[in-house]
Design a protein around this ligand. Structure first.
Ligand code: SAM
Length: 260
């Protein structure tokens, strides 16, 4: 199961990534602006989904080409509808190298390692695709802090589903400690705090629940009634109010570079 994307690639999953793009736009913008250093010629976005992060790279960094790679045919079809002169997309399983793009000046990955089994091996493979002076930028969840019972229940569920597939919801917490991928040196590792309003967090969470109706872990450990209840309460909370914040993400943002 390692490497399977357990959040699905339906239209609803694409809409969820739209909400997620809005929630994490500011923190990713700040990270990319600071970490990119110079204007990259070719920037590659790994696990690009419907393309929001790839457009962020293209718009923000002024690179000649930003290319998004994803192994979901549906997400790539959606992304290709948004392609521009300097932003394009290709179907590719990013656990496999070489990438179809050629050597990259910048490689960016957000919320992908959390769906993979062995981050060290994958980072080493990605590092091999960087050109001289190129940078590898990774953003993953370090921790999600909340005291709200509804959110805690959802987070226990998603942590269990991911762990059952050999994945780690909080893989960001490991990134600070692992050695730099072969041939790269560490440039920076920092935490970004992102408080999120309850309605938006509940919206992102409830939009995931459909993907798990037939998940073997969920069927084994949770009754269909408890799952429907959780989804209903999240959907209710997603309606508002829009000004209360009872949950905060901490994102680990790491930069490595290839010196030669
Ligand atoms: C949580 S989404 C993140 C999307 C985007 N990076 C963002 O932050 O909005 C993870 C994405 O990784 C893709 N993915 C998962 N495993 C992959 C693989 N082995 N190769 C390429 N894409 C993969 C999924 O299809 C999905 O689009």
């Amino acid at each position: 199961m390692t490497g399977e994307y357990l959040f699905g690639d339906t239209d609803l999953a694409a809409q969820r990534l739209d909400v997620l793009a809005e929630v994490f736009a500011l923190s990713s913008r700040a990270f990319l602006t600071e970490a990119a250093k110079s204007q990259p010629r070719l920037a590659v976005d790994l696990g690009c989904g419907p393309g929001y992060t790839t457009h962020l790279l293209g718009d923000l960094l002024g690179c000649r080409q930003a290319i998004g790679l994803d192994n979901s045919e549906h997400f790539i079809r959606l992304a290709q509808k948004t392609a521009t002169a300097n932003v394009s997309f290709q179907l590719h399983d990013v656990t496999r190298v070489p990438f179809p793009t050629g050597p990259c000046d910048l490689i960016y990955s957000r919320f992908l390692l959390t769906h993979q089994g062995a981050p060290e091996a994958l980072l080493a493979a990605w590092a091999s695709q960087l050109s001289r002076g190129g940078r590898l930028l990774v953003e993953e969840v370090q921790v999600i802090r909340t005291k709200m019972p509804l959110f805690l229940e959802y987070l226990r569920l998603v942590e269990g589903i991911l762990a059952d597939g050999g994945h780690d919801l909080y893989v960001g917490a490991r990134l600070d400690a692992i050695p730099a991928p072969p041939g790269l040196v560490g440039c920076s590792s920092r935490l970004a705090r992102v408080p999120v309003t309850n309605d938006l967090a509940a919206k992102m969470f409830s939009m995931n629940m459909h993907a798990w109706t037939n998940n073997p872990f969920v069927r084994k450990h949770h009754s269909p009634v408890s799952i429907r209840e959780l989804e209903k309460h999240l959907t209710d909370l997603a309606r508002g109010p829009t000004n209360q914040t009872g949950i905060e993400w901490e994102l680990r943002q790491v930069v490595w570079s290839r010196e030669n």
